[in-house]
Design a protein. Sequence first.
Length: 100
Amino acid sequence: MMDLFEKIEILGQAAQYDICGSYLCQGKAGHRQKSPLGRWIYPAVMPDGREIRLLKVLMSNVCENDCLYCCNSCTQDFRRVSFQPEELARLFFQLWHSRR
């Protein structure tokens, strides 16, 4: 059985193709940063102008559609994994408490 950190490695890597929000921050902080665990951290701007960092991963890379433009197309050959909502919540709190 795959552990949570294996899943976040796969699904965090896949989230790099979703670039929404990363262009909102300017300067050096406006670029995504990869931590040692392979988690993707993205900058975001709050309505009051404060900048925060977001952990961005996919919930799943499973798809039954064959869209030619999509990296998760059902015809692509790679390992399919999914988080249960409780798993992702538990993982987030583990990372937050350890400050990784």
